[in-house]
Write a protein that binds this ligand. Structure first.
Ligand SMILES: *Cc1c(COP(=O)(O)O)cnc(C)c1O
Length: 368
């Protein structure tokens, strides 16, 4: 299987990821953590990480220890932060992989340390501060005590401290300023008390673009690195480029008389003589079984009229010259037409984040 004969496939432009990372470094003037959780937002964990590290990302951010382990297996030696929960029974595994975990409250930190008994080297952790997301982390007022606790645990080595904004993708949301001022106050306190960890970070894409005071030592770039906007209220600045296209092929054309039902449960009926095209992608690949999906064929936007696990159907009225073998674009550009993940997300009533993260593992990724 290669790009000429796959049924459905993703094309990922490495140069776009490299460009977007350079752009983020220019804008932030900080180091960048490449956030590659969720199979690199559907773009492919290992290859995106390789590209990002080669382009100068000094950290890689994941959500699961398995993701970190896969990167280490593939020769990525860059510092890796697991930003969410890891079962404490896996402390030693993380330490042996040289992976940094998130310490997010006193009990969990004690448990991480307890599980390290007999370990050869300490476990690196970043302390998580809850400034308003109200998910993981200690309150900023408890941050200094938490760092002192971590410093007392010889099994743990505190190398960083971070927080996360809940509303940074809403234009000038007052909560962002409130979170930031609470975090800055803590940073000043730990500086003053001489317990400042080496790496302080707060911003994901929306904040790193729009909150100048929130950049600290490192910014955690997910969606913007892929050339996708955090939200319509916090669009990308000039010079970003989407990395991802999603394609399939037209694999059959059925000439049907009026009154024929198409697909499962005959959700669509022909009203005249119609040519119904079948293309080779379905909900097993990341299409959702909902009305309103569109694709591009021969430069024209067409409505999807039937959705199965591995195929979908379209009406070919507007593309009389369509032929079996034609390329179908689900995400990307063809001629004058384009479909973005945010277009699809709007139709599915979700975000571009969820849309691309739902692209299935079985879809082959080609890096160009
Ligand atoms: C996912 C995630 C990010 C990346 O967010 P983007 O908006 O995609 O840049 C950053 N930090 C944390 C803690 C995350 O969970």
């Amino acid at each position: 299987m290669d790009i000429t004969n796959a049924a459905t496939w993703l094309e990922i432009k490495r140069a776009a990821i490299v460009n977007n990372l350079q752009r983020l470094r220019q804008i932030t003037a900080t180091d960048i953590m490449a956030v590659v959780k969720g199979n690199a937002y559907g773009h492919g964990l290992v290859e995106v990480s390789r590209t990002a590290v080669a382009a100068g990302a000094t950290w890689v951010g994941v959500a699961r220890l398995e993701e970190a382990a896969l990167l280490r297996e593939n020769g990525i030696t860059t510092p890796i932060l697991v930003m969410s929960y890891t079962h404490p029974a896996r402390s030693i595994e993380a330490a042996e992989l040289g992976v940094t975990l998130t310490a997010y409250n006193p009990q969990q930190a004690d448990e991480l340390a307890r599980q390290m008994q007999g370990a050869a080297s300490p476990l690196m952790v970043h302390a998580k501060i809850n400034t308003g997301m109200n998910r993981l982390g200690v309150l900023p007022e408890e941050g200094a005590d938490f760092l002192r606790q971590l410093n007392r645990l010889p099994a743990l080595q505190v190398t960083g401290m971070f927080t996360h904004f809940c509303c940074a993708d809403e234009w000038q949301h007052p909560t962002t300023a409130r979170q930031l001022s609470r975090f800055i106050k803590l940073v000043e306190q730990v500086n003053h008390e001489g317990i400042r960890p080496a790496v302080i970070h707060a911003s994901s894409s929306a904040a790193m673009l729009y909150e100048n005071e929130a950049r600290f030592d490192l910014c955690r770039a997910g969606i913007a690195m892929y050339g996708l906007q955090p939200s319509s209220e916090t669009p990308l600045l000039d010079g970003f480029e989407p990395a991802l296209s999603w394609k399939a092929r037209l694999v059959a054309i059925n000439h049907l008389p009026p009154g024929e039902g198409v697909g499962y449960n005959h959700r669509y009926f022909t009203t005249k003589n119609e040519r119904i095209g079948v293309f080779s992608a379905g909900y097993g690949d990341g299409v959702r079984r909902r009305p309103g999906n569109i694709i591009i064929l021969r430069g024209k936007i067409l409505k999807v009229i039937g959705i199965c696990m591995d195929q979908c159907m379209v009406n070919l009225d507007e593309v009389p010259d369509a032929q079996v073998g034609d390329e179908v674009v689900l995400i990307g550009r063809q001629g004058e037409a384009s479909i973005t993940p945010q277009d699809i997300a709007a139709n599915w009533q979700t975000t571009n984040y969820e849309m691309v993260t739902g692209l299935s593992a079985r879809v082959p990724r080609f890096y160009i």
